[in-house]
Ligand binder design. Sequence first.
Ligand code: MTE
Length: 331
Amino acid sequence: MLIKTSHDGFCHPVSSEITSQRVYAGRRDLIKLMASGVAGAALTSWASREAEALTPRPGKLAALPGARSSLAGAVTMEKLTEYKDASTYNNFYEFGTDKADPAVNAHTLKTSPWTVEIEGLVKKPARYALEDLLKLSAQEERIYRLRCVEGWSMVIPWVGYSLSELIKRVEPLGNAKYVEFVTQADPKTMPFVGSRVLDWPYVEGLRMDEAMHPLTLLSFGMYGEVLPNQNGAPVRLVVPWKYGFKSGKSLVKIRFTDKQPGTAWNKAAANEYGFFSNVNPTVDHPRWSQATERRIGEDGLFAKKRKTLMFNGYEAQVGQLYAGMDLKKLF
Ligand code: MTE
């Protein structure tokens, strides 16, 4: 995100953001079709991309079904991002800083055996094997918008359950005010751990009420399958009203503390990436506006930028958590 060199920052255009050959060819073909009067047919085929997002794929991952969530705000009816976009346009700096890197490099991540430790200010510290964590509560499907701080967004059907289900089990103590999320940092399997882009491991944090909010999802899958490595296998967080970098991937520790945790991007550039990082179109990043976003997959001829919504559209559900706070100062 910050960035001092041409390799280490969110703000630099990367090769995958420059109009791809596929998109360019699509535009050129559509212009030809319009000239020949068959644009209607082309538009119909564009519409069918929605169905494509969920069609079975060769070599697909293990199924992980979840019952559609009935929680308020948990299922947006917006068009899904195609699986191939959601799994090939990623930020996962442990595997490289280009959006295309994680899909290419993350096959080295070893996701089994996997354990998640719960420690700090809790009555019942625990060490969960992934298999036990998976069964701790019923898996739900939630369709969330994910808005990245860089100005793009996706709509992804995640599978998981509310993090609060796990938190309740371990019984936080009265002085636990924050939750720290520590992610895997293994230089043997993650080629960019050790690079100087960030202070490893990648750490994120939430205030206790944010962590307990039912929309905060502990996620094990997407599109009805287990998570692909590049999306944070085998378990990650998804906090839909915050910029994407708050959603730590490949979690190994969840620690309850009385002090606000030092988080990876905040440590790298405190004036650019605050602790709260709620999606807020009225608070610009120091180097770019946050008022609009580009929906991944809508990069065709008629694509318009979308207006970014306060709390990424989840204001009705989470606005109350921030009542009375100055969100310009506590960005
Ligand atoms: N988690 C770890 N461990 N490392 C990272 O580099 N990138 C974050 C977040 N979680 C990141 C991470 C950022 S910037 C975003 S936008 C989201 O993951 C992207 O998640 P996605 O690839 O599933 O879209």
